[in-house]
Ligand binder design. Structure first.
Ligand code: TK8
Length: 333
């Protein structure tokens, strides 16, 4: 090799070096409360393929399932103190950290998944994600937990009266507590990881989650009835530790955002595709499913209207107004 070639090769290596420094070897631990066959796994796999490509295999994404690294709130606190990289959590258990998230717990806020996507992927979703930064949490993307339905061991829910006295686990969240007290049940706040055992031992009669979760966390094994209450839509936050995010280069931060968004479309599609199959599996296992008449659903919706006003101070009336004006726009009202 001539001196000229040697100098050119050295210059090239020097040029490449800063780029390599932009993307370091990383191991990213991702905490999940749901089980490994939940569609969140599809989203994480899509994210992993994306980071493999963008970092040339320098990053390792390790997912932990069924609350192995702690429940939603514990894992989120670990992100805030910079001792863990990621958690995929429902918004509801962390309203104590970011009260505005409570807006998603208001009963019957969204009428369908299209509305939920439009609000979360639009200005309002951006507004909420920005609010989370002050708490040391970077929301990389909105994924889908889904519309929640009540399962229980007492009776099918056909009308408002049927909720009476049912001992129901709710997420650790005052708005769900208010909603299920107002419906006439006897609600108990509980971390997700404790629900199966509480149902199995008869400590509680009921829980409420999307069909996909009732399926993949095997709640149907310990539940006799599932009723299509569709009483709230819960988003999943794809959270990254703020303190750790700050130690990443701008290029690495962009890779995280881009790849979490690549996971969003895959995860939402998998969640919606699996919902029908999950309901089939639940009923094939012997759990009775019922829908609720529109007339009785109207009575149930009316019964919980007061939850909005009673929790407006905690969430922020401005936040409620903001999402409702977005929804009015989407609905062409
Ligand atoms: C999983 C939970 C779960 C949520 C609940 O980590 O607690 O019932 O719906 O998805 O976030």
């Amino acid at each position: 090799m001539t001196m000229k070639h040697l100098l050119a090769a050295t210059a090239l290596v020097a040029l490449a070096a800063p780029v390599q420094a932009q993307v370091q070897e990383r191991t990213i631990r991702i905490s999940n409360g749901v089980a490994e066959d939940h569609p969140v796994a599809d989203g994480i796999e899509a994210m992993r393929q994306c980071t493999d490509e963008r970092t040339d295999g320098a990053w390792t994404l390790n997912a932990f399932w069924s609350s192995a690294l702690g429940d939603d709130l514990q894992a989120t606190q670990a992100l805030r103190s910079g001792v863990q990289e990621m958690v995929i959590t429902s918004t509801s258990p962390i309203v104590g950290i970011v009260p505005e998230l409570g807006v998603f717990d208001l009963p019957f806020l969204f009428a369908n998944a299209e509305e939920a996507d439009a609000v979360l992927d639009g200005e309002f979703g951006e507004f909420i994600s920005e609010r989370m930064l002050d708490s040391g949490l970077v929301n990389l993307s909105w994924w889908e937990n889904g519309f929640r339905n009540l399962s229980n061991n007492v009776r099918p829910i056909e009308s408002l009266e049927d909720f009476q006295g049912i001992r129901t686990r709710v997420m650790q969240n005052n708005i769900f507590l208010d909603t299920f007290q107002t419906l006439g049940t006897n609600p108990t706040p509980m971390a997700f990881g404790e629900v199966f055992t509480a149902l199995e031992t008869g400590a509680i009669d009921a829980q409420e989650n999307p069909y996909v979760t009732i399926d993949t966390s095997q709640f149907y094994e310990v539940q006799d009835y599932v009723s299509a209450t569709q009483h709230a839509y819960t988003p999943f936050l794809v959270l990254f530790s703020g303190p750790i995010f700050q130690t990443y280069s701008e290029e690495e931060q962009q890779i995280l955002r881009d790849c979490a968004m690549a996971g969003q479309s895959v995860q939402r599609e998998a969640s919606r595709e699996l919902a029908g199959q999950s309901l089939e599996r639940i009923t094939e296992a012997g759990t009775a499913f019922n829908e609720i008449s529109e007339e009785n659903m109207a009575e149930i919706r009316d019964a919980v209207l007061g939850v909005y006003e009673r929790n407006a101070d905690t969430i922020g009336q401005d936040v409620i107004d903001r999402v409702q004006s977005q929804l009015a726009e989407i609905r062409g009202e």
